[in-house]
Design a protein around this ligand. Sequence first.
Ligand code: ZN
Ligand code: ZN
Length: 403
Amino acid sequence: MTDSKTLGERAVKAIDAKRADLIKLSLSLHGEPEIGYQEHKSAAKLTDFLEANGFAVQRKYKDVETAYRGDASGKANGPTVAILTEYDALPDIGHACGHNLIAMMGTGAAIGVRAVLDELPGRLAAIGTPAEEGGGGKVALVRAGGFADVDVAMMCHPSSRTLAGRTSLASNRVDIEFYGKAAHAAAQPDKGINALDGVIQTFNNVNAMRQQLRPEARIHGIITSGGSAANIIPEYAMAKFSVRALDRRYQQEVLKRFIACAEGAAAATGTKLKVTVHENSGYENMVPSQPLADRWAAHMRALGQAVQPTQDDERMGSTDMGNVSQILPAIHPYIGIAADGTPGHSTAFRDAAATPEAHENALFAAKALALVAIDALTDSALLKRARADFEDRRTQGVVKGKA
Ligand SMILES: [Zn+2]
Ligand SMILES: [Zn+2]
């Protein structure tokens, strides 16, 4: 019987053996950025890579066009571990969230585990989850039962610091559209109804409301349509908002109050309002599995990598991995790839995501992921602890009740 330490060493070696290919894969994704649900080339590169490395690949997993799943089976029945990838970029600024590295880490980790899977019980699923930046690929996959057979799930995100995990904000994307009536803005303004005023009044209402919100609540938006000429009263205006809070329950309350701000603006301006809350944009708050996150940190340290403590006042965004963490034990650690303080979604972060240092660090993170996956397949006590921790959070209300 081979022990998990030897298996781990072999998995690490298998990742090292592919390092040049993995870095090439990451740089190729970085060089050809595609936004959410349009990641056709990226998904093709990743699925081809998995197939060439012995995975049975399903493209368009669960009918989500740019999702995929690569499967590999162990020597006997056992748990199913999912290692997730993301590969969508941001509009205009490319891979400024470094998802090329997420794809590389997930694929590398899966290849490492696959190398020793013949000696393990259980199964490995390398799941490609598109459109994390607002489109909610994981939300769609959760809804379609894409994780129904999965026991634990894991991925790793690049950052300016290395952390075993942190929570994230629950969020929704909301579009508001105002309909008015066009008229000459100088000659007959009284004959018009100004749709842009509806949008501007919404921003003013939201700004007035901020004082009465909990500090972690976030409401932020942009105007995507505000008229076509200064001498025409705008008959149509649109804004896109993101509404977030620390937990789902409060986030839903903030969302209701945000919609009331828009309704108030419509009443004040005499415009008609259409509100669209995007179906796949309902991101749950992330609840990292502590036993699995601790393992990842321990493996990173054993690989000679520092892991920083998570602070109480961590700044956070939202991730659709939150939705996965609400249905099964999951981890979403962070690997430092840029100078501390480099903001995400910046061109500086995008440039950092293509450096040799970033790829060196990401390879360590991939190895630690592979080692956690091997632990989950071999150490039933760890799996039990992860499950108990998950159920415990459910009783605390941090994980939602069963649907
Ligand atoms: Zn991201
Ligand atoms: Zn992002």
